[in-house]
Design a binder for this molecule. Structure first.
Ligand code: PGA
Length: 253
């Protein structure tokens, strides 16, 4: 059985006080209202990772993710953060290749492969994001784009290593736009991704891989999305900043 996961990507939002309130509300609400098995992963900005980690320590449902990391082990890379820095403060997951990183920071599949490698080397679970733009969808290139992202970014891994990854399918046109892929559209892509994994690594690895959907997931559409056979949870941006909405998303798992 693969893990069900709700991951909240806070992006570059919230001050420290707001971050602390959000975490304490979330921990209380999720603990009171949900007793299923799903994991909850919170991805705050770097300055709050330690605080959030401290606040959820000992709670086995909650985990902390970084939103990015540098591919090098360490050294003269001003402004960057390494895998060992993250693990040394108890961070367990890291988002890799979010479309905003690809779009605004020029991160390509080859670089993302290196980021995934450094994560795995240091026992950080990568949440590897893939997804097509609107132009690519309209040009009928969804499968081609996803195949390239997944092959170049992650198919150099051994089956054992690949088994440690979480994938997130986030159509770029659905991120922050209020336009969600329909549950059927998303399911079709998730099934395609799982099939690619199966062809490369076999059906056991494919069946055990958690594939999250992201792009305008909210309290209203989560249940329908998560009821699809190949959708194992969500990578949530805007709605993860509101404790009520995010708790409802967790409850939809
Ligand atoms: P959104 O963002 O939920 O605000 O669309 C999702 C994401 O970028 O991970």
């Amino acid at each position: 059985m693969r893990n069900k996961i709700a991951a909240g990507n806070w992006k570059m939002n919230l001050n420290l006080e707001q971050a602390q309130s959000l975490v304490s509300e979330l921990v209380n609400m999720v603990t009171d209202e949900y007793n299923g098995k799903a994991q909850v992963i919170l991805a705050p900005s770097f300055p709050y990772l330690s605080t959030v980690q401290f606040m959820i320590k000992g709670n086995s449902r909650f985990h902390v993710a970084a939103q990015n990391l540098h591919q090098a082990e360490g050294g003269a890379y001003t402004g960057e953060v390494s895998a060992t820095m993250l693990t040394s403060i108890g961070v367990t997951h890291c988002i890799v290749g979010h479309s905003e990183r690809r779009q605004y920071f020029g991160e390509d599949n080859a670089l993302l492969a290196q980021k995934i490698d450094v994560c795995l080397k240091h026992k950080l679970t990568p949440i590897y994001c893939i997804g097509e733009t609107l132009d690519e969808r309209e040009a009928g290139k969804v499968e081609e784009v996803l195949r390239e992202q997944i092959e170049k970014g992650s198919f150099h891994l051994s089956a054992d290593e690949f088994g440690k990854l979480i994938l997130a399918y986030e159509p770029v046109w659905a991120i922050g736009t209020g336009k969600t892929a329909s549950p059927e559209q998303a399911q079709e892509v998730h099934a395609f991704i799982r099939n690619l994994i199966s062809q490369k690594y076999g059906s056991t690895v494919a069946e055990n891989c958690s594939i999250l959907y992201g792009g305008s997931v909210g309290a209203k559409n989560a249940t329908e999305l998560f009821s699809q056979a190949d959708i194992d949870g969500g990578l949530v941006g805007g709605a993860s900043l509101k404790s009520r909405d995010f708790t409802d998303i967790v409850k939809a798992l």
